[in-house]
Design a protein. Sequence first.
Length: 227
Amino acid sequence: MGNICIIPARGGSKRIPRKNIKPFLGKPIIAYSIQAALDSGLFDEIMVSTDDNEIAKIAEQYGAKVPFLRSEKNSDDFATTFDVIEEVINAYKANGMEFDNLCCLYSCAPFVNGLTLNYGVKLLTENRFDTVFPILAFSFPIQRALSESEGKITMIQEEHLTTRSQDLEERFHDAGQFYWCRTKAVMKSRKLLTSNTGGLVISELEAQDIDTETDWKLAELKYKLSK
């Protein structure tokens, strides 16, 4: 078959309680991810992997499927994104359904839209990458990073003490939004970053970490500005 969208959304979020269904500008934040997947027109199956009945009900209301609840083992603080993907892919395979590609789309990624998902899968297929995910440039050169201990700071790479910022090579980090994967490749490697991974560069207005209440407010402001 074609593509499956897996949206992980466990119920036990700690830093922001009930984070995956917390209202974001008027509707549960998970609804934005579900809508992006629907709008993309890419998926044969859009499912939410959750251990929580309330999250499952809301996900179904917004158009996703919840064919089974996530196992207790993969619902604790130590389960990785790959653990969740593996459980879902194996469960579908046991029911006779296999997919060429998968997209693991996080539930708190309101800046993702159908167009971005299309860009991602195009990059995956045209370049025959194993995986593709959005990346974001660090706002300040990490070569000028400092470490701190008991109030004292030191430069990690002292050779760049006097290097001009504009002369340092740009560095990126995972935007934490989604991962496009060729299913066989990721199941074989058992990781999302391989030696054959592509990056989709996005801007500061297209992403926001949402780990604290302050992050949440910033994300809402940025979302309104971007729209």
